[in-house]
Design a protein around this ligand. Structure first.
Ligand SMILES: [Zn+2]
Length: 202
């Protein structure tokens, strides 16, 4: 493993407490797509505490921030989804909305916050080039379509999915590569997924 990878891992491990604290908070405040306003406010406050300036979507939840290493190179977008599912039978669902992070997106947003914190550690950008954009996107799950259709009719959104919406708003302009993490019930070792589905890397 390269020296810069080892440094990155050490810097990420320092964020353990922050990541778990954020994941716990998000787990306890599940919100479905285009309703993630508490989630947005919580994460916004955490990013601003770290010193980041955010570009917010505005009339829907979600934002991004960008780190420039000062050296030429690609722009890598690391993305996290914010929304929960509705699972009435889930023992941890919200008693009123029945929302719960049954897809584990609380871990995505907590993990991305950990990345944001790690990139603020001294020397974190040494050995890196290009730009890193960190993005919180709403509305991954295709649920509550009537609600989204109302938003569309009101002119708030053009797309039911948050990623398509952000793409249409130009929030991914200049990005060369997009990546995100997702929890799984499978054993550790599955490292990534591609746009056409899960794939185990060698
Ligand atoms: Zn998911």
């Amino acid at each position: 493993m390269s020296e810069s990878c080892q440094v990155a891992i050490r810097q990420a491990e320092k964020q353990r407490e922050l990541i778990f604290r954020a994941a716990d908070w998000l787990w306890k405040h599940p919100e479905t797509g285009y309703k993630e306003w508490q989630t947005h406010a919580f994460l916004k406050a955490e990013y601003e505490k770290l010193g980041y300036t955010l570009v917010e979507a505005g009339n829907i939840p979600g934002f991004y921030t960008e780190i420039d290493t000062g050296r030429p190179g690609p722009t890598v977008l690391i993305m996290a989804e914010m929304d929960a599912l509705i699972v009435e039978s889930h023992p941890s669902c919200d008693p009123e909305t029945k929302a719960v992070h049954a897809c584990g997106h609380c871990c995505q947003s907590a993990g991305l916050l950990g990345v944001a914190a790690a990139l603020k550690e001294p020397g974190a950008l040494d050995g890196l080039s290009g730009k890193i954009r960190l993005m919180e996107v709403p509305a991954e799950e295709a649920i509550e379509i009537d609600f989204r259709e109302d938003l569309r009719k009101q002119g708030v959104i053009r797309y039911f999915g948050g990623k398509q919406e952000f793409l249409s708003r130009g929030m991914m302009e200049g990005v060369d590569l997009v990546t995100l993490i997702h929890t799984s019930v499978r054993a550790a070792g599955l490292r990534t997924a591609r746009h056409r589905g899960l794939r185990q890397l060698p």
